[in-house]
Design a binder for this molecule. Structure first.
Ligand code: ZN
Length: 446
């Protein structure tokens, strides 16, 4: 109320110079008083006003200069930061931080649509993530959740979904025998399968490239690019990475889990190809770091958001899965593999590599409510990105990978996906944990 009164006084005092927006311009919401970070890396705007009309941003200005029409609801962002909603390019809707995948999928497959996916969707949105790429949920549940969210029946971030992994072998990897897989027989089959997935309506192509041949990879990448689809590649070995890059992994494609392995550096040719071919880097640091953090800071298990929107029995089972942390299958990799991974990420950052926000949200030790902000935190604290670079990784840069011009920035005409953060993430990236308000499609959802 105070904010509205202040604004009215402002209007009265300098009415003659104001570019007054008439109420019939359809303004439906204003966000006023916050320090605005645009997502493009521009100088933050203090005491900003954003006017929203329907689902779009209609105007941006300064308090006292841009008037808010009467009777328009105002989100008070005084003392806080206003920025684009986060875009997390690697999440999982079907797991919510349980430590044991085989146990999870053998017990709860029948509760995906009733309990698990809705809980994951809601907590991600409430943590400030307004768009995501899901890289694991089985195809029928993935199409279902995209429709539920986009139609407004389920609250959640705007989902972009991958189909099944295109792979060479049916052998389960990382104990994920539940992961949807299509086996590629040969290069011609690879092209057919890419076309089939695109016809089914996926938003990107996902490969698990470790064993695919050069010719098969070339066919997948070429067909995907021809059809306007980005490719997310999931690979660990340097040999597989080199093969993928030589086979044409290209502009706007992503390397998921980049940096894995204990070697302290990538060979120069790999780094050069990543940069020259404009391939983006999706480090998913928190996917393993989450387990290490549970060991270092077990009180994280007491965080109340673990149980938010999650049925009590699932919550109890998640807690029980961390009772023997040092015997967890990921524990050794999280501790021993860490230095090599961080060193390679620093190497890529120093070489000018492009990072995007990709948290592997929902995986073991990596609950959705803390995934995005913790990934950004480690990108800054460990890899050396500036706070602004980390924010762009989760806004404008991520939107580029989604090929969505309407997302990832606060600018006139863009979709009004906006968050209000209590604190200044440019001073302390850890402030990203304090998301106070969330606006998606012009509607206040938190
Ligand atoms: Zn993942």
């Amino acid at each position: 109320m105070k904010t509205i009164l202040t604004r009215l006084v402002g209007v009265l005092l300098c009415a003659s110079t104001l570019p007054v927006v008439a109420a019939d311009d359809g303004i439906t919401l204003a966000i006023a008083g916050g320090r605005l970070i645009d997502g493009y890396g521009g100088t933050p705007l203090p005491d900003s006003v954003i006017l929203v009309a329907g689902d779009r941003i209609a105007a941006i200005g300064l308090e006292g200069e841009l008037a808010i029409p009467d009777a328009v609801p105002v989100v008070d962002a005084n003392g806080m930061t206003v920025m684009p909603g986060l875009i997390d390019l690697h999440v999982h809707f079907d797991i919510i931080g349980h430590g044991d995948y085989p146990h999870w999928f053998s017990n709860y497959e029948n509760r995906m649509r009733s309990d698990i996916i809705p809980a994951a969707a809601k907590i991600m949105l409430h943590s400030g993530v307004t768009s995501v790429r899901d890289l694991g949920t089985d195809i029928s549940n993935a199409f279902w959740l995209r429709e539920e969210i986009n139609s407004g029946r389920m609250q959640g971030p705007r989902p972009f979904i991958a189909g099944p992994f295109l792979r060479k072998s049916t052998t389960p990897f990382v104990s994920k025998d539940f992961v949807d897989t299509w086996v590629v027989e040969n290069p011609r089959d690879a092209r057919d399968k890419v076309r089939q997935l695109v016809e089914m309506g996926v938003d990107l192509i996902k490969t698990q490239d470790e064993e695919l041949s050069f010719e098969e990879l070339q066919a997948i990448y070429d067909e995907a690019h021809r059809l306007g689809m980005p490719v997310a590649t999931h690979l660990f070995s340097q040999h597989a990475l080199r093969t993928a890059l030589e086979a044409g992994l290209g502009s706007g494609d992503t390397i998921e889990h980049v940096g894995e392995g204990r070697q302290p550096a990538y060979p120069d040719d790999i780094v050069d190809m990543i940069i020259e071919q404009d391939v983006y880097l999706a480090p998913t640091i928190i996917a393993e770091e989450g387990i290490r953090q549970l060991y270092l800071n077990p009180e994280f298990l007491d965080h109340p958001d673990w149980r938010r929107y999650v049925p009590a029995d699932l919550y109890e089972d998640i807690m029980a899965s961390y009772e023997n942390l040092q015997r967890h299958p990921l524990f050794g990799r999280a501790v021993l593999g860490r230095d090599g991974k961080i060193a390679k990420l620093r190497q890529l950052h120093a070489a000018g590599g492009n990072f995007i926000l990709a948290s592997d949200s929902g995986t073991r030790g990596n609950p959705h409510f803390a995934a995005a902000w913790r990934e950004m935190y480690f990108l800054v604290r460990e890899v050396g990105l500036t706070e602004m670079e980390a924010i762009m990784a989760g806004t404008s840069e991520a939107a580029r990978i989604l090929r969505q011009r309407d997302l990832g920035a606060i600018a006139e005409g863009k979709l009004a996906d906006i968050i209000v953060v209590d604190g200044d993430p440019l001073m302390d990236i850890g402030a990203m944990r304090n998301v106070a308000r969330v606006i998606k499609d012009g509607r206040v959802v938190r």
